[in-house]
Design a protein around this ligand. Structure first.
Ligand code: ZN
Length: 355
């Protein structure tokens, strides 16, 4: 029997999700992607923002016979995760934090965190205030804000100051698990997209119909910042963002608000608050999914956006769409994707890339 830690084809996803990479400090993820995909690309570069841009030429070029110049496709997979930065070290050595990206603070109580200081340090995240034994009813009703939280490193102030300074990154610390049909952990948003893009490109091999730029984008969670400059530099004809989307097919949410169904297949997005997809691309992805019998679902997300929003509006405009992986409990440390949805998204993207 396989051990529970044998992730098989999802081993890369385990590594990607467990590594830290808050928006603005994605270097460990970038190095991991580069190391894990060595030999896959015709060219790689890192731009000034920190976006990792991996290029693979279309098959027309591989065969040596040039027909029409192949169009350029940018696959945007953001590699940052929501997290924090050190804002202040107080008189007792407690670390006060600034968030990068949107947190529901109800999910932040009593979490372990990794502080990337002069060395990596583990701490615990707590909101200021009295514990339940001595709290008042008023205390218990209050939902703390991010500014009320601090990291306890259980070290004297002097030692904290030797190792930690303002601006150091802090991420939630969480192992990734296989639970039922799911892979569950932190940062599925959006390391599952890196995993999906890499696997789709492996599957498409040398059959790419477009010149393809796989971009591990920085700083999506703080406003699609990396994709904006990467798209300007690449100047693609088509942009496909890969990202997670809500799968709220769970208690307390009405059916019409579920957005997607967990296990319902790859989600082809029509719109969110940053983008309305290119109609032709939307139809193309659906017809390829139908022809290849790839399980898929259609998505409209009332609020939230992906890197497609930045790519679509670069320069004179780009045809853009998002492929989404349905995800439960987004922006918690129990973000979960269904293995079959992730595999279906790989199949759909690979089929489109090599159609
Ligand atoms: Zn995302």
């Amino acid at each position: 029997m396989k051990s529970e830690r044998d992730f098989g084809v999802f081993e890369l996803l385990r590594k990607l999700t467990e590594a830290p990479g808050v928006s603005g400090r994605e270097e460990r993820i970038r190095e991991l992607v580069l190391a894990e995909t060595a030999g896959m690309w015709d060219e790689t570069r890192v731009d000034s923002m920190g976006n990792l841009i991996c290029f693979k030429a279309a098959r027309a070029k591989k065969g040596g016979k040039k027909v029409t110049p192949p169009e350029k496709v940018m696959l945007a997979c953001h590699m940052d995760e929501i997290g924090f930065y050190v804002r202040h070290i107080d008189e007792k050595g407690h670390v006060r934090i600034q968030n990068a990206g949107g947190f529901d603070t109800r999910n932040l109580f009593s979490k372990r965190v990794l502080v990337q200081g002069r060395k990596d340090l583990v701490g615990v995240l707590q909101p200021g205030g009295r514990p339940i034994h001595i709290s008042t009813e008023e205390d218990r009703k209050r939902v703390p804000e991010v500014k009320d939280f601090y990291v306890d490193l259980f070290l004297p102030k002097a030692e904290v100051e030797r190792n930690v300074r303002v601006g150091d990154p802090i991420t939630l610390l969480q192992e990734t698990y296989m639970i039922g049909d799911a892979i569950c952990g932190k940062a599925m948003d959006n390391r599952v997209a890196l995993w999906t893009g890499i696997n789709a490109l492996r599957k498409a091999g040398d059959r790419l119909r477009y010149d393809t730029y796989f971009v591990a984008c920085v700083q999506e969670e703080v406003g699609l910042r990396g994709a904006m400059t990467a798209a300007y530099g690449i100047n693609p004809d088509i942009g496909v963002a890969i990202d997670v989307t809500l799968a709220c097919d769970t208690p307390g949410v009405e059916g019409h608000e579920a957005i997607t169904t967990f296990g319902g297949g790859a989600a082809v997005k029509w719109m969110d608050s940053a983008t309305i997809s290119h109609h032709g691309l939307f139809e193309e992805f659906i017809s390829i999914a139908k022809a290849r019998k790839i399980k898929h679902q259609l998505e409209v997300l009332p609020r939230g956006g992906t890197d497609a929003g930045a790519v679509q509006r670069t320069r004179a405009g780009t045809k853009a769409i998002t492929l989404s992986i349905p995800t439960r409990y987004i922006h918690t440390i129990t973000e979960a994707i269904h293995k079959k949805d992730a595999l279906a998204t790989v199949d759909l993207l690979a089929a489109w890339l090599s159609a």
